[in-house]
Design a protein around this ligand. Structure first.
Ligand SMILES: Cc1cc2nc3c(=O)[nH]c(=O)nc-3n(C[C@H](O)[C@H](O)[C@H](O)COP(=O)(O)OP(=O)(O)OC[C@H]3O[C@@H](n4cnc5c(N)ncnc54)[C@H](O)[C@@H]3O)c2cc1C
Length: 452
């Protein structure tokens, strides 16, 4: 199916004055999952993102599909159970959610060895994995640690999961537009009139909709205030920075979960294709746009991991990235604010926050059912959302991204279609010029032909 600059232009050409049952603002994992359920229910749905799909937190996570052994330690058994069920579903039903062995390291800062063993046993049982955790002492030498247990979780390409859900929603009849911002929202005769702006080429469109889903992640508070004129109480932002490092000085294939010797915080070392991702920090911030990794954060992550892998050198760092957690809950310690999602209904706006990549299906079902209540319609949610889209094996990957996955910029391709920024040692620098050339040709062609 074509999904490109041309189809985007055609869709924009039909927008002015149009009515939709539901406008979804925000094309991260939360918006993409809901769009596909609502479209499967036959609703007239439009999903917009003011930048690329998945360009917010949903391409900047640690890229784990996991039950969160830490949440179990905090007593959130139901959250972990749901996450593990979803992990198993995604491993079975996609080819880009893959199991990975984690070594969980034990030192004086860890819980006691037998507490960890009991926790892992419970974690495995909840995840329907019946293996007994065994303590490895000195099998690998992680300096400063007494040994480790090994358990299984999974990794993914978070952006790919979002793109697949967006395209599924499109296949089911939703209009899905990247680089379109929702700006003014005006309540009018029991409906919403919303101004949409094309942030790539310019142009404004006024559309009407009955219900708005506010899935703007870190910007949920901002979008909520546009609608209600009020603050979203309980909404919090926490910044998580990562390093992307060369694989050269990581001798073991397993991922590692450990506590930093600097402050005892939980961290991960996650080997991916040609790189290793290391994260993450967890600090409250007030702005959703706090997207720079500071030198202090870089030093903290680097020093924490160097203790485990002494051969590391600063020149092994090839990149950094930040994700902002949109959380809802109480507490002054970001690490202890619940990682469960929250849904707010204010008038005809349904806002969702705290959705993890792992449990997006559970959250999407609940959001869709809530939208159904606001619309006065019963929603089918039980076997949804499904992922109907599969990237074709044959064909040039850059052309596929441009013509079938609506990539409009070089970054869209390197970060959110091919994942090279995160998973390749040169971060895709070698094909930048080629991508630029093909995108330029596409835009020139669009300007020559009057597609609408
Ligand atoms: C550091 C870190 C690590 C994490 N690791 C994991 C992990 O390993 N596993 C896991 O399951 N979860 C993880 N998470 C959690 C998960 O990544 C996030 O909770 C999730 O991605 C949030 O998705 P979202 O759709 O709510 O928000 P986002 O992905 O941020 O999407 C919101 C979108 O809204 C758009 N938008 C904003 N305003 C407007 C507007 N006015 N008009 C149109 N569009 C707009 C933005 O451009 C953005 O694309 C992690 C989070 C962080 C921060």
């Amino acid at each position: 199916m074509e999904f490109s600059l041309e189809t985007r232009k055609k869709d924009l050409g039909t927008l002015a004055g149009r009515y939709f049952d539901v406008l979804i603002i925000g094309g991260g994992i939360a918006g993409a999952g809901v769009a596909s359920i609502l479209a499967a229910n036959g609703l007239d749905v439009i999903l917009v993102d003011r930048a690329d799909f998945a360009s917010g937190t949903s391409s900047n996570s640690s890229k784990l599909i996991h039950g969160g052994i830490r949440y179990l330690g905090q007593g959130h058994v139901m959250v972990t159970m749901d996450l593990l069920r979803e992990r198993n579903y995604l491993m079975k039903n996609t080819d880009f959610v893959k199991g990975i062995d984690f070594d969980i390291l034990i030192d004086d800062r860890s819980w006691r060895r037998y507490t960890i063993a009991a926790g892992l046993l419970f974690y495995n049982l909840l995840g329907r994995n019946y293996s007994i955790p065994r303590f490895h002492k000195g099998k690998y030498s992680y300096p400063g640690f007494k040994g480790h247990y090994t358990y299984m979780d999974a990794v993914t390409d978070d952006a790919q999961l979002v793109i697949y859900n967006v395209i599924t929603a499109k296949m089911l009849g939703a209009m899905t537009l990247n680089y379109v911002a929702a700006e003014k929202i005006i309540k009018e005769n029991g409906m919403n009139r919303v101004t949409l702006r094309d942030t790539m080429f310019g142009g404004e469109y006024s559309v009407k909709c009955k219900v708005i889903v506010n899935s703007t992640g870190p910007w949920v508070g901002e979008t909520y205030a546009k609608y209600s004129g009020k603050d979203m109480n309980g909404f919090k932002l926490s910044k998580g920075s990562h390093l992307i490092m060369k694989k050269d000085h990581f001798p073991f294939g397993n991922a590692v979960a450990f506590k930093s010797h600097i402050d005892g915080r939980q961290m991960f070392v996650i080997p991916r294709n040609e790189t290793v991702i290391i994260g993450t920090t967890d600090d409250f911030v007030t702005s959703p746009d706090s997207l720079k990794v500071t030198d202090e954060e870089k030093d903290y992550i680097y020093e924490s991991v160097k203790r485990l892998f002494p051969a590391l050198d600063r020149s092994d760092i090839i990149g950094t990235y930040v994700g902002i957690r949109p959380l809802y809950g109480k507490g002054n310690d970001p690490g202890r604010v619940t990682r469960d999602f929250h849904i707010d209904v204010t008038g005809k706006m349904v806002s969702v926050m705290g959705v993890k990549i792992t449990n997006y299906r559970t959250a999407s079902r609940k959001v869709a059912a809530t939208v159904g209540k606001v619309l006065g319609r019963k929603m089918r949610t039980s076997d949804l959302p499904q992922i109907l889209y599969r990237r074709r094996e044959e064909g040039d990957r850059i052309d596929l991204a441009i013509n079938e996955e609506c990539a409009l910029t070089v970054e869209d391709i390197l970060k959110r279609r091919l994942g090279y920024f995160y998973f390749k040692a040169d971060q895709g620098k070698g094909i930048r010029d080629e991508i630029t050339k093909r995108i330029k040709a596409k835009v020139d062609n669009l300007n020559k032909t009057n597609v609408i």
